[in-house]
Design a protein around this ligand. Structure first.
Ligand SMILES: [Mg+2]
Length: 232
């Protein structure tokens, strides 16, 4: 893709291994709070939280719950579902600990460093994430990928989430990049790919397994497949 000068990466599930990092954190919280006395196995806690968290993010993305309701509700509802009575200060502490610990986890999606090393001499690299500013910065520094990126844009600083165009427009403005010379790589069809299409960026869906081919976007099943796509 000769016309591309700037590559924008999504962060969670695209470079930063959200699932692995979140799982590690939840297991740590399980031990810290001696939940083994109340829950048979940490995998039950992790699985229950994961399902409830996904529902909360969906509601948050549709504007149905606030950031604060998301932060606390996912833990409160996890314990309710598991029939364990916990008071609000326990929930508050756990929600705080989770947000403090999780972004310090360093796990990256397989191939991240290799592909960033490959791309960094050929393109200007950037991040566009639907996360909050603080944890985003911590995730990037704890996983050691900060040096690869010229700009980082969190949806929180724009006030709306991907796929809303202002997030992409703000990010390109910071990068001094034009849409037609910009590619967007992400794992989320709606947030990353539709968003990129609507702002005339070149979209690349990163998702393991096959997807129905669509002329509107590229698809890679692993990060290293980006090498042939972005060879210069
Ligand atoms: Mg993502």
């Amino acid at each position: 893709m000769k016309h591309i000068e700037h590559i924008f990466f999504d962060l969670d599930h695209t470079l930063w291994d959200f699932d692995a990092n979140s799982k590690e954190t939840l297991k740590e919280l399980f031990v810290m709070n001696e939940l083994q006395n109340e829950i048979k196995h940490d995998s039950i806690f992790v699985k229950t939280y994961k399902e409830i968290n996904a529902k909360y993010w969906d509601r948050y993305n549709h504007g149905k719950v606030s950031k604060e309701e998301l932060r606390l509700g996912r833990f409160r509802d996890t314990f309710v579902k598991l029939n364990i009575v916990k008071n609000e200060s326990f929930i508050e502490k756990m929600a705080e600990d989770y947000l403090r610990i999780c972004p310090t986890k360093p796990n990256l999606i397989e191939g991240s460093i290799e592909i960033l090393d490959f791309l960094k001499d050929r393109y200007a690299l950037h991040i566009i994430t639907n996360g909050f500013i603080d944890p985003t910065e911590r995730k990037i520094s704890s996983s050691g990928i900060g040096k690869y990126f010229e700009t980082i844009t969190s949806s929180e600083e724009v006030g709306v989430n991907k796929p809303h165009p202002p997030v992409f427009l703000k990010s390109m403005e910071k990068a001094n990049a034009k849409p037609l010379e910009s590619a967007m790589i992400g794992d989320n069809l709606k947030a990353d790919i539709i968003g990129a299409i609507n702002t005339q960026m070149t979209p690349v869906l990163f998702r393991e397994g096959k997807v129905r081919s669509n002329p509107k976007y590229y698809h890679v099943q692993g990060l290293l497949e980006l090498k042939s796509l972005f060879e210069k």
